[in-house]
Design a protein around this ligand. Structure first.
Ligand code: MLT
Length: 241
C-alpha cells in the first residue's frame, strides 16, 4: 500500500487516481454533512459541482423524493431545501430521500475523483471507519483535500494527516509521499485540540462569523459515526466497500 496526498484539487490529475482508492477530505463541512445524512438514512447522495446541474439532476425524481442541498459562501443556496450544516440533516428530514448536494469545494473534488477505483468521503467524525475500510481494501490510497477555492485548508490537511498516522499505526511498512509526511506532522501538532484548530482556521472563523459555531463543534468530533460514504458511478451510498 502507498499513500499519496494532495493538499489542493489542482495538484492531481484524474490519471493519478487510477489504481487507488481516493479519500475526499472536506472537514468544514461537506464530509461531515455527508456522514450525517447517511447516518440518518438518506437513500443516496448525488454530488453536483454546479448549482444549475444540481437543479437539473433533481428534476429526475418526484418532488417528494428528492431534496436540493448545498451552500455557496457557506450559506444555503437560494431555493434549495437544505444548506450544508450537518445539523440540518436530521432523520426526520432526510430519511429515505435522495439528496442532490452541491458544496463549493467538496462536490468539485468528488466529481474530479471519478477515475479512482472507488472514492470514500472522510472527516474527523468517521475517521476510524474510513481507516478500517482502507486497511481491509489494501489498495493504494490517494487522499484528496478539498481546500477552499483552490487553496490550502489546514483543517483538511490535519484530518488527512490523522488518516496517514492511523494507517501507519496498523502497517508500518506503508510507503508515504512527502506530502503525507507533512500532513502527519501537522496532525501531531494539532491533535490535542481539534476544536481549537477549527475555531482558528480561515474557514472556521468565517463560519463563526455566520453564527455557525455549533457546526464546528459537530465537525470536530472524532470517530463518532461508523459510516463510510462511498462514491461510485455518480452516487454516494453508505459502506459500499
Ligand atoms: C466546502 O465544500 O467547501 C464546504 O463544505 C463549504 C461549507 O460548507 O462551508
Amino acid at each position: 500500500m502507498k499513500i499519496n496526498l494532495y493538499f489542493t484539487p489542482g495538484e492531481f490529475q484524474e490519471e493519478d487516481l487510477r489504481d487507488s482508492t481516493a479519500v475526499v477530505v472536506d472537514v468544514l463541512r461537506a464530509s461531515t454533512t455527508i456522514c450525517y445524512a447517511l447516518k440518518n438514512r438518506c437513500r443516496e447522495i448525488i454530488p453536483a459541482a454546479e448549482v444549475e446541474e444540481a437543479v437539473r439532476l433533481a428534476r429526475q425524481w418526484q418532488a417528494d423524493d428528492v431534496l436540493l442541498c448545498g451552500e455557496r459562501e457557506g450559506q444555503r443556496i437560494e431555493g434549495f431545501d437544505l444548506g450544508n450544516s450537518p445539523l440540518e440533516y436530521k432523520r426526520s428530514v432526510v430519511e429515505d430521500k435522495i439528496l442532490v448536494h452541491s458544496s463549493t469545494n467538496g462536490s468539485f473534488v468528488l466529481v474530479k475523483a471519478k477515475a479512482s477505483l472507488k472514492t470514500y468521503v472522510a472527516g474527523f467524525v468517521n475517521l476510524q471507519a474510513v481507516v478500517k475500510a482502507l486497511l481491509e481494501n489494501g489498495e493504494s490510497v490517494a487522499i484528496l483535500c478539498a481546500g477552499k477555492l483552490g487553496r490550502f485548508s489546514i483543517e483538511d490537511a490535519v484530518c488527512a494527516g490523522m488518516i496517514v498516522k492511523s494507517l501507519q499505526q496498523h502497517d508500518a511498512k506503508i510507503q508515504i509521499a512527502d506530502s503525507a509526511v507533512a500532513a502527519k506532522i501537522l496532525f501531531e501538532k494539532y491533535s490535542s485540540n481539534i476544536l481549537g484548530l477549527l475555531q482558528n482556521c480561515e474557514h472556521g472563523r468565517y463560519l463563526i462569523s455566520l453564527g455557525l459555531m455549533k457546526d464546528l463543534e459537530v465537525c470536530a468530533q472524532v470517530s463518532t459515526i461508523d459510516v463510510v460514504p462511498t462514491y461510485r458511478d455518480g452516487v454516494i451510498k453508505k459502506n459500499m466497500r
